[in-house]
Design a protein around this ligand. Sequence first.
Ligand SMILES: Nc1ncnc2c1ncn2[C@@H]1O[C@H](COP(=O)(O)OP(=O)(O)OP(=O)(O)O)[C@@H](O)[C@H]1O
Ligand SMILES: [Mg+2]
Length: 255
Amino acid sequence: MSFLEVRGLRAGYGAATDVLHEVDLDVPQGAAVGVIGANGAGKSSLLRVLAGLQSARGGAVRLDGSDLPAEGAAARVRRGVVLLPEGHRVIRKLTVEENLRLAAVSTWPRGVKARLATTLPTVYELFPILHERRKQLAGLLSGGEQQMLSIGRALVSQPRLLLLDEPSLGLAPVVIDRIYESLGRLKQTGLSMLLVEQDYARLNRLCDQMHVLRLGSVTLSSTGALTDERAIRAAYFGREDAAGSTNFNTTLSKE
Ligand SMILES: Nc1ncnc2c1ncn2[C@@H]1O[C@H](COP(=O)(O)OP(=O)(O)OP(=O)(O)O)[C@@H](O)[C@H]1O
Ligand SMILES: [Mg+2]
């Protein structure tokens, strides 16, 4: 039994449009699982459904052996399912520390003080720059620092399963390295993670399992890194245009 079990998950928007078709996926306890896919593949939809922000149309999601009912996002956070949304989401007019405190308070209206006493130092140890800037307005942070704060906000909710939606989006390669180094350290603490990205290079290094999502279906899965570039290309773009795609090297560059 995996920590997270997703079986036959279907989701969509509007009357007729399904954007996830019978998705099966597992995240073993303490593992990092990566999903890559092009724009519109359904990556954010998948994470949003798992986070309870969007309802499923079918299938089952089990966490630690028990079904996650169709409950709201706040209840799922308290069950330990925490989403790092796409783009850096910080409250620009609050300080760094206020951002962290608010994230904790919204998860744990009671007993938050004791939780912050353990979680704040963990976040500051992981990202010392946030400690240095803790009195500064979040809106003044660089993009990379905002992403660190965004991860910090997720961590103060004390996740058991962290869902990360394109943590590298819009960041410089050196900053992405820094973020991924931190994710590696989080993994070492035993945190289970499900990450989606457009590019597989960094996920390959971090993740124990990888999947390719295309048009709402898992088209390729691997234990360990994705390596067969031909197969990845076919799964990512679809067989019909796999050979001729010129996009591959820009969106899926292996550095
Ligand atoms: N609120 C919405 N209403 C209707 N359709 C939507 C909505 N959000 C997403 N979609 C559609 O669902 C499909 C999957 O979108 P999703 O955002 O999950 O893809 P993604 O893989 O995260 O893409 P990206 O890499 O661009 O973030 C797309 O066809 C998209 O147009
Ligand atoms: Mg997305």
